[in-house]
Design a protein around this ligand. Sequence first.
Ligand SMILES: [Zn+2]
Length: 89
Amino acid sequence: MMTLIHRIIGTCKDTGPLISAKIDGNLPAGRSVRLKFHLLFCTACDRYYRQLKSLDTVLKKLLIGTTPPVSLPEEKRKELEDLLNREKS
Ligand SMILES: [Zn+2]
């Protein structure tokens, strides 16, 4: 049986696909409001949404590789090498 609150904010079953669409970035604005309302009232879906979102962020970072390898200019590298060599001797 649908309670009044569910009629307004949608059920968890309705919300699952909305969360996925939101993460994928193709949730229509009208549905987005409904999702926001649901997350406001439903901690389970809110937690699910946060988990998916952070997972998505991590995956994107891994796929895109946002941290480029550190590259030093030639002279700086020489300086460092000299420093290291001096340390050794
Ligand atoms: Zn829910």
